[in-house]
Design a protein around this ligand. Sequence first.
Ligand code: UD1
Ligand code: CA
Length: 455
Amino acid sequence: MSLDIVILAAGQGTRMRSALPKVLHPVAGRSMLGHVIHSAQQLAPVGIHVVVGHGADQVRQQAEGPGIGFALQAQQLGTGHAVAQALAALTADTVLILYGDVPLIQVGTLQRLLARVAANRIGLLTVELANPTGYGRIIRNAEGVVQAIVEQKDATPEQLAIREGNTGILAVPRAHLAKWLGQLSNHNAQGEYYLTDIIAMAVADGVEVATEQPEGTAEVQGANDRRQLADLERAYQQREAERLMAAGVTLRDPARFDVRGEVSVGRDVLIDINVILEGQVVIEDDVQIGPNCVIKDSTLKRGAVIKANSHLEGAVVGEGADAGPFARLRPGSELGAGAHVGNFVELKNARLGEGAKAGHLSYLGDADVGARSNIGAGTITCNYDGANKHRTVMGEDVFVGSNSALVAPVVLGAGATTAAGSTITQDVPAGQLGVARGRQRNVDGWKRPVKAPKP
Ligand code: UD1
Ligand code: CA
């Protein structure tokens, strides 16, 4: 069975009160449409067809990618009209219809739905709702066989009492779909071409309608305003938190934890409150992350410890290494096994070798620090001359005295030492001490200034 997927994304989303088209609003750091496309791709369709209208150019630009086509619906005349705009581009046996503002739909649910489709059978995703207001209602006959969908605004009071709602998601044999879309009319309460009218047409043509349900209602919820967007965000975060806990992570509070990307985790990981994980994050066994950390596109190797209020981006933290509290590891930071970065230390494009330490208040940019070297408090690499960046290279077992300024390019050989307060502009050979500061002199009989008397 070959598959085409149509994603409806032409609506305006007035209630978002936003310059951004509705489907581009993010949930967990990715646009709603991006989530739907990501799920669609996992079904390996021959084509993904996004129906665009409001903000079409912007949506196209954001959603572009291999295997993704666009159909323009210049005027929003209804969901049936929207699907019809994509019809000419469809080639597969089966067409699955998804919505750009229903981002949490699960691949597993769609697979179950697709398993129900056949040449003479539709798969329809329905949901039992405590409050079905606004949803199309699923009309079944006495035998429980689906007969039609009636929209809220067209429903009789008896029909409104039905709690089985239409999610809007359905899978249809393409040949039938083409025929039925051609027969739609807009003689209804909203004056729209309803996609939902094809259900009654199917029944009339002797095509069976098989229904499936999602695992939870969040999967099929859309976002029309920022309140609903926040609900989707929470539902997503709760799902991610549960996935990580199931994999062996202790979350101090699953309600105060956010994932905005793809996270892989080992076992016995401990994550304290208010941690945000962004982009691609790899967390190995026995890692501990303290409260209020933001960790983006980074790898934390086995047993690494990130203490409170640290900010990592593009960093690799080696086995048993630790950073923070208040550490900032910028792109290209690499801590070797057992290395230590303490408070108010910033690294950028810098490597600390095995067991190396930078305990306090330092900036290390474009630097290589050899194993077991110690960087004193207040040390900075002067890596930028206003035009170009230069490297600072240290061998193993170097001891950099507190408040040293290392003016790059500069090399400190293995076992070299710099005296506290030095401005090091020349290489220090292995084993030698570099001193570059004024000598101290003491003034005997020094009188402190006194305040001038008030006039
Ligand atoms: C639709 C269904 C309803 C279902 C509900 C679930 C129809 C007629 N009704 O109703 O049975 O319970 O979804 O949420 O299908 N869109 C376009 N072009 C259009 C119209 C809509 O792209 O011309 C897109 C919208 O941007 C939106 C989606 O289709 O993403 C659904 O449209 P909307 O008007 O919200 O449908 P509902 O009235 O909620
Ligand atoms: Ca509508």
